[in-house]
Design a binder for this molecule. Structure first.
Ligand SMILES: *[C@@H]1O[C@H](CO)[C@@H](O)[C@H](O)[C@H]1NC(C)=O
Ligand SMILES: *[C@@H]1O[C@H](CO)[C@@H](O)[C@H](O)[C@H]1NC(C)=O
Ligand SMILES: *[C@@H]1O[C@H](CO)[C@@H](O)[C@H](O)[C@H]1NC(C)=O
Ligand SMILES: *[C@@H]1O[C@H](CO)[C@@H](O)[C@H](O)[C@H]1NC(C)=O
Ligand SMILES: *[C@@H]1O[C@H](CO)[C@@H](O)[C@H](O)[C@H]1NC(C)=O
Ligand SMILES: *[C@@H]1O[C@H](CO)[C@@H](O)[C@H](O)[C@H]1NC(C)=O
Ligand SMILES: *[C@@H]1O[C@H](CO)[C@@H](O)[C@H](O)[C@H]1NC(C)=O
Ligand SMILES: *[C@@H]1O[C@H](CO)[C@@H](O)[C@H](O)[C@H]1NC(C)=O
Ligand SMILES: [Zn+2]
Length: 751
């Protein structure tokens, strides 16, 4: 599934210029009025609590909510009839019910006489259980009312034998829901035309609302769907259509659409839709790509951008993963009134219409980026999630962390220079969030994620954004090509299967062992995925001492945690990057961290590590000096990191606020987006704090409390205020004014 928080490059670009003025004003204010923002209260984000459904004592807690695992599904044959009318004038005549039957073939791996299968809010009727020769298995007791685990229970007279194959057939009837499962949605084509569509959203645990099934991600099977729908409507599913017929049922005309059986798939990525949409189609040889939307959307060309960008992104993933997209078709569907941003159903990806469509005349650059990045995220899932699936939801990050991380690599191919935006959108966002409220680890223990509620709580920014940040750290520490080689063997080994994090570590370790790098992958990564938060690395360049400590904004709220920290270090005057793995709390002394007289040391080169760094004041001074004389000697992402770290260290009193402000003084010469965006965000916070502070008397900028309020200043007003405060601005007035005006028009332009 996709998440929906995005920062805009273009919008941030517009505020950058305004922030340039604010920045000067702030430097002036702070220097002249000695504001002590340290005294301001810190906003705390609410604590995230994990809730786990307590298991009754007679069950082993780790098994209670789960399928026993005695029976493994191999294939399903499903007939499903949707009763909706896709065109209808009177809402009251609509039929939201669906009916069908399901025959599941399963293998017994542990002798048992009880079948547990998932079902939720379905009316069921048992057709029968047979062995592989078609012999009826007598039933001792049936309870087709689902319990709190969504299980229905069928007890047989005889015990199912190990390695035996059996068939269970059930009839079902269900109702469509607004969210989750099978939904019927109404939309309007124009004022008088009322239309309806049916679509599914089955992640994480609601396939069981559509048909009875073994609804766990590791219970992969082959699914053979036949959809019966009203004549005139179109039915799509994960696989291409195999056959279509028309029949009469009770005097009404229906279409029967049969699909090819899926390849081995989890239940949560199954999907079908029934609608009357149009599509744009391109044959790419091995697969046919279709982008579906309301006919007027297709006619207007609003799906064209999505359609054109998809094959490039898909091609990137085929190369990156070393495995071709395994299906012969990919349908992408733009659904009006769709709650989630998008869902990666195998071969039938569903998107919110507003996400998939792009209209060059009306939409902004940001919306275009959003379209491409959501497509990249969902396409990454076709490998990470669909082909290789996490065994259980506690390792959700194995699909969401990868899809988030890899979407930036893919995006870089279609919209240049997008890769580094991961810093702003994921890394800094999580560094901020984890330094505030209580957090949770990226990976949970399997037994802690039991009920559907536990599973729903897994979908947090921790899993998406921190997961992505950690994978980026690992990839850059191993070298990207080593990381990629490890991923390729991992995908090949576990395709059509399911995995735990250990399986990933083993394959990455093999790639590492066959390279010049030496890193114990599992030992390092488990300190990051299984612990909350992140460390502050403190380096004393005089003594060469280095140490780590859990970083929190609230003093003394950190836990006693130690990470294995990959640190890349560079020194002034050299292009060489040294690598160190800090695995103790410290301080420990290493020559690597000692500097000579005028030499500066920069740790966490290119901002690849998920942590902050503090230095002795001398080294900070030398780094700031370098920024002012020739900022390009420090890599662009490291410039952003110095700014962000300095401001957060100032907020926690590790460094003086003047030092933090000095890290942004060079920005008038720096034209890169990411350092600017970092400075803007930190300044917004500072202005907010200044405005609350009593010391903030002489210059009242009331509007700063509102988001984007900086835009309300006139250039002259702003400059006047700045001028009154600091001579430096006077000297640069022309430049600032010019830059402000050109940047603002550029930033606001629609493209
Ligand atoms: C839909 O199903 C419900 C029970 O699930 C039933 O009461 C209702 O009559 C059905 N509606 C139609 C139109 O079939
Ligand atoms: C399931 O429904 C289809 C269509 O109504 C029917 O042809 C088929 O025989 C049914 N299967 C079972 C096992 O009842
Ligand atoms: C089979 O079931 C028994 C009883 O529930 C259990 O003790 C045993 O571990 C199971 N074996 C396997 C291979 O799942
Ligand atoms: C069937 O299961 C439900 C839910 O566990 C339970 O409430 C009900 O008593 C059971 N009915 C019978 C006849 O066992
Ligand atoms: C080991 O690395 C070399 C290149 O460094 C590569 O050609 C080879 O395929 C790798 N072997 C394995 C098993 O990854
Ligand atoms: C932190 O934990 C380590 C090992 O568990 C222990 O040796 C050390 O004393 C602890 N430090 C603090 C400050 O509690
Ligand atoms: C840092 O990033 C730049 C730009 O992406 C890249 O050219 C350079 O090789 C990177 N340096 C290291 C040490 O990764
Ligand atoms: C911060 O540094 C400035 C200038 O070096 C100094 O005047 C000020 O007292 C320092 N503030 C704190 C809180 O240490
Ligand atoms: Zn996702």
């Amino acid at each position: 599934m996709s998440k929906s928080v995005y920062v805009s490059k273009a919008a941030a670009g517009a505020t950058v210029a305004v922030a340039a003025l604010a920045l000067l004003a702030v430097i002036g204010l702070v220097i002249f009025h000695h504001i002590r923002i340290q005294e301001c209260p810190l906003p705390l984000s609410p604590t995230v609590m994990m809730s786990t459904t307590p298991a009754p004592t007679e069950y082993p807690p780790s098994l209670y909510m789960r399928l026993p695992g005695d029976l493994i599904p191999e294939s399903y044959k499903i007939y499903l009839q949707t009763h909706l009318h896709t065109k209808l004038d009177n809402l009251d005549d609509q039929n939201y019910n669906f009916t069908g039957n399901c025959t599941v073939k399963f293998k017994c791996v542990n002798a048992t006489n009880t079948i547990y299968i998932h079902s939720q809010q379905l009316n069921l009727n048992l057709i029968g259980v047979t062995d592989e020769h078609g012999k009826e298995m007598p039933v001792h007791h049936v309870n087709l009312t689902e319990d709190e685990r969504d299980f229905v229970v069928i007890e047989l007279v005889d015990t199912l034998i190990v390695d035996g194959l059996y068939y269970l057939s059930l009839e079902f009837q269900g109702e469509c829901y607004d969210i989750g499962g099978l939904s019927v949605r109404r939309y309007t084509a124009d004022i008088k035309d009322k239309r309806y569509l049916a679509s599914t959203q089955l992640e994480s645990t609601v396939a069981r609302r559509v048909f009875p099934c073994f609804d766990e991600p590791a219970m992969k099977a082959v699914f053979d769907f036949t959809i019966i729908h009203r004549k005139g409507s179109t039915a799509l599913s994960n696989m291409p259509q195999k056959a279509q017929m028309e029949i009469d049922i009770d005097g009404e005309k229906w279409s029967i659409t049969e699909f090819y059986p899926t390849i081995k798939s989890s239940t949560y990525i199954l999907s079908f839709v029934v609608f009357d949409f149009d599509s744009k189609e391109t044959n790419h040889g091995r697969y046919t790509l279709k982008t579906w939307a309301r006919p007027e959307v297709i006619a207007a060309g609003y799906a064209d951008y999505a359609h054109s960008v998809t094959s490039d992104i898909l091609h990137f993933f085929e190369e990156y993963c070393g495995i071709n997209y395994p299906l012969s078709k990919l349908d992408q569907v733009a659904l009006p009134e769709f709650g989630a941003n998008a869902m990666e159903n195998w071969g039938l990806i569903t998107y919110a219409e507003r996400t998939l469509t792009y209209n060059a005349a009306m939409s902004s650059l940001i919306e275009k980026e959003l379209t491409a990045s959501v497509i990249a995220h969902e396409l990454a899932h076709q490998w990470f999630g669909n082909l290789v699936t996490m065994k259980w939801w506690n390792d959700l990050w194995l699909k969401e962390g990868f899809a988030t991380y890899l979407s930036y690599l893919a995006l870089d191919k279609v919209e240049p220079n997008m890769k580094d935006l991961i810093i702003v959108r994921e890394v800094q966002r999580m560094l901020d969030s984890e330094s505030r409220g209580e957090s949770q680890p990226v990976a949970q223990k399997e037994e802690e994620v039991q009920s559907s509620v536990d599973i729903a709580l897994m979908y947090s920014p921790i899993v998406y954004s921190k997961g992505a940040a950690l994978l980026r750290m690992l990839s850059e520490s191993l070298a990207q090509n080593v990381f990629q080689r490890g991923l390729q063997t991992y995908l090949k080994m576990y395709q059509y299967d399911s995995v735990g994090a250990q399986d990933l570590w083993v394959h990455l370790q093999r790639a590492v062992d066959n390279s010049s790098v030496h890193i114990p992958v599992a030992a390092v990564m488990e300190t990051w995925t299984q612990q909350v938060g992140y460390p502050l690395i403190t380096i004393n360049t005089m003594s060469g001492e280095v140490s780590q400590k859990h970083f929190r904004l609230q003093p003394d709220s950190g836990h006693n945690l130690t990470w294995q920290v990959p640190i890349r270090v560079m020194k002034s005057g050299s292009e060489d990057i040294a690598f160190d793995l800090l695995s103790v709390e410290g301080p420990e002394s290493k020559p690597l961290y000692r500097s000579d007289d005028s030499e500066w040391i920069l740790a966490n080169v290119n901002y690849t590590g998920y942590y902050r760094v503090n230095y002795d004041p001398e080294n900070w001074g030398k780094l700031i000096q370098q920024l002012e004389t020739d900022h390009q000697k420090i890599p662009v992402l490291s410039r952003a990191q110095l700014i962000d770290d300095a401001f957060y260290l100032a907020r926690t009193k590790y460094v003086n606020i003047t030092l933090a402000l000095n890290t942004i003084k060079h920005l008038l010469k720096d034209t890169e987006f990411i350092p600017w965006d970092t400075a803007t965000r930190n300044l917004k916070y500072l202005l907010l704090m200044l405005d609350r502070s009593e010391a903030y008397g002489p210059i009242q900028i009331k509007e700063t409390q509102q988001e984007n309020s900086l835009n309300k200043f006139s250039v002259e007003e702003c400059l006047e205020r700045v001028q009154n405060n600091i001579n430096w601005v006077k000297e640069n007035k022309q430049t600032v004014l010019q830059w402000f005006q050109t940047e603002r028009t550029h930033g606001n332009s629609k493209a």
